[in-house]
Design a binder for this molecule. Structure first.
Ligand SMILES: Nc1ncnc2c1ncn2[C@@H]1O[C@H](COP(=O)(O)OP(=O)(O)OP(=O)(O)O)[C@@H](O)[C@H]1O
Length: 336
């Protein structure tokens, strides 16, 4: 890797109460400076534990965490200059005062109460996140999306070198989310900040991250760019994190018109096309899931289920039948 590294973990293990299936085991990762690295994995896979190790909030049982090639001290020993340059935004807003104004909450992130300094820094941070007009509002009265903007403004006010975001857009509605994601990407690029992001949202992971780290049961299983992992995942687990897809045994594949001797295949929903056909189709439409500008259909034939992305809204009803063509499928390591 040619990128300059800002954070590293070398063979880090952190278990809780001696239970090896909790926390993370033997994690070695490299976080490049000025990039957005996303940690992705199913619930309970160890994402938050890893973030806390990277901020010094948790201490490893074994292994080392380095910030700019220096060991990262535990936060419990007091905030050092290294910690001050790593900030974390979580979903719970536990460090926000609900009755206090946006302005006062954001200013609490500053190291001094000098009024002129506060005026300059808070104005800049609030403008950056597009919430200057909300400065006098009590924090508790804001919407979920506005609260997230305030939390990020507070985290950015001291111009940190690393911003950790744990599911930052969870409570933000879809229309507002894209704007916030775009703004964060913009700020990160302009300021050269490093971001470590935890997310479950495939669209967010693919559009925001420069690097993806895939974690399963406390261990790193894949690590590459979003494009690489989307197009050539080594594991079905990774594919499922990034795309709507179905795994088929050779017998199930045959029901879909795919002959394979090698083993299971994976079909991405976007590679299933509905064909124009006369009369009754072979596949039953079991579910029509509204996704905004497209629908996801769940179709079934001989107990095999497939997912289909359909842009012709309301054309296919639950209970109707269709015929399909699979344009592409994946045998691990190879597209066919
Ligand atoms: N303080 C703790 N005490 C005991 N077990 C813990 C503690 N923190 C985490 N764990 C366990 O360690 C594992 C990883 O937890 P972690 O919160 O890091 O996962 P996660 O991937 O962030 O999950 P989610 O996506 O649900 O937030 C889980 O099995 C969890 O129960």
């Amino acid at each position: 890797m040619n990128d300059e590294l800002i954070l590293e973990t070398i063979s880090v293990t952190k278990n809780f109460f001696g239970d090896k299936s909790s926390g993370v085991n033997n994690i070695t990762i490299f976080i490049p400076k000025g990039k957005i690295t996303a940690i992705v994995g199913e619930s309970g896979s160890g994402k938050t534990t890893l973030l806390k190790l990277l901020t010094g909030t948790l201490q490893p049982d074994s292994g080392d965490v380095f910030f700019k090639q220096q060991p990262l001290p535990p936060r419990s020993t007091g905030l050092t200059a290294q910690h001050a340059t790593i900030t974390m935004v979580t979903q719970d807003n536990h460090d926000m005062q609900m009755a206090a104004s946006v302005w006062d909450n954001v200013c609490k992130g500053l190291p001094t109460s000098d009024v002129n300094y506060q005026l300059q820094k808070a104005t800049q941070a609030l403008n950056l996140l597009g919430i200057y007009d909300l400065r006098e509002q009590p924090f508790g009265k804001l919407s979920g999306g506005e609260k997230q903007r305030v939390a990020i403004a507070k985290a950015l006010i001291n111009r940190p070198e690393v911003l950790m975001l744990d599911e930052p857009f969870n409570q933000v509605d879809a229309t507002y989310r894209e704007g916030l994601q775009h703004d964060i990407r913009q700020i990160v690029k302009e300021w050269g900040i490093t971001v470590v992001l935890v997310s479950h949202d495939p669209a967010e992971l693919l559009s925001m991250a420069d690097e993806l780290i895939v974690i399963k049961e406390g261990e790193i299983v894949e690590n590459a760019s979003p494009e690489e992992l989307y197009h050539s995942p080594k594991l079905l687990y990774t594919a499922k994190m990034l795309v709507s897809c179905t795994e088929l045994t050779p017998a199930e594949a045959l029901v879909c018109g795919i002959k394979t001797k090698r083993g299971t295949v994976v079909v991405y929903a976007e590679h299933v096309q509905i064909k124009k056909s006369m009369g009754k189709g072979k596949w039953h439409v079991k579910k029509v899931l509204f996704k905004g500008f497209y629908e996801e259909l769940v179709i079934e034939r001989r107990e095999v289920e497939l997912r289909v992305i359909n842009y012709k809204l309301r054309k296919y009803k639950k209970g109707s039948t269709v015929n399909i063509k699979i344009t592409k499928y994946y045998e691990f390591g190879k597209w066919l």
